[in-house]
Design a binder for this molecule. Structure first.
Ligand SMILES: CC(C)(COP(=O)(O)OP(=O)(O)OC[C@H]1O[C@@H](n2cnc3c(N)ncnc32)[C@H](O)[C@@H]1OP(=O)(O)O)[C@@H](O)C(=O)NCCC(=O)NCCS
Length: 159
């Protein structure tokens, strides 16, 4: 069993690997929109966090979240194939949820491809509800499933 990964803000040095993981694990069959430059732009944009999960110094997963005034959106989240089902995705999502709460945000939204059964199970297992179907959202053929979670329902804020 691997040790839990360290979760921290990713740096520019990881931007290409993050973009490649997006291409290979998330955007498969859709074209590569999240290239290195787009990831770098998010790293420099104060309304986004780009975080990595690290084994030692090695990047094994990442997530990108956008913070809006009253809500946050998980834009991308993926884990290297060999490190799946070992809690890496959970560690990433826990970090994002904690940071949203610290920022005073109580709702997180995200969208997954309807055909991505593993991701849908993953988000459901973390308390995300499938709130809406967006027909033919991906490449005009695959539906998108819009998820939401009310963090304030499940978290206790301490002072
Ligand atoms: C979805 C994904 C991020 C999950 O990451 P992970 O590190 O494997 O997730 P965890 O190990 O933290 O899993 C937590 C729980 O989620 C559920 N889960 C995760 N992957 C699942 C799968 N493929 N099928 C069913 N349930 C799954 C399980 O309940 C799991 O707990 P368990 O292993 O004790 O049963 C990973 O499979 C991935 O990178 N997929 C490709 C990219 C992607 O689809 N990203 C999401 C869309 S943006």
């Amino acid at each position: 069993m691997n040790a839990p990964p360290q979760i921290r803000l990713a740096t520019g040095r990881d931007a290409l690997r993050i973009a490649e993981m997006s291409r290979d694990f998330i955007e498969l069959g859709l074209g590569w929109r999240w290239n290195r430059n787009r990831v770098l732009r998010c790293m420099h944009d104060p309304t986004y966090n780009v975080i990595g999960a690290y084994d030692g110094g090695r990047l094994v997963g990442f997530a990108i979240m956008e913070y809006r005034l009253h809500e946050a959106h998980i834009v991308l989240l993926a884990v290297e194939t060999s490190r799946r089902r070992q809690g890496v995705g959970a560690a990433l999502i826990n970090w994002l949820e904690t940071s949203a709460l610290v920022a005073g945000i109580g709702v997180i939204y995200l969208e997954a491809r309807a055909g991505n059964a593993g991701a849908r199970m993953f988000y459901r297992s973390h308390g995300y509800l499938e709130v809406r179907v967006r027909p033919r959202r991906y490449a005009g053929r695959e539906d998108g499933i819009f998820f939401g979670k009310d963090l304030w329902l499940t978290s206790r804020v301490t002072h």
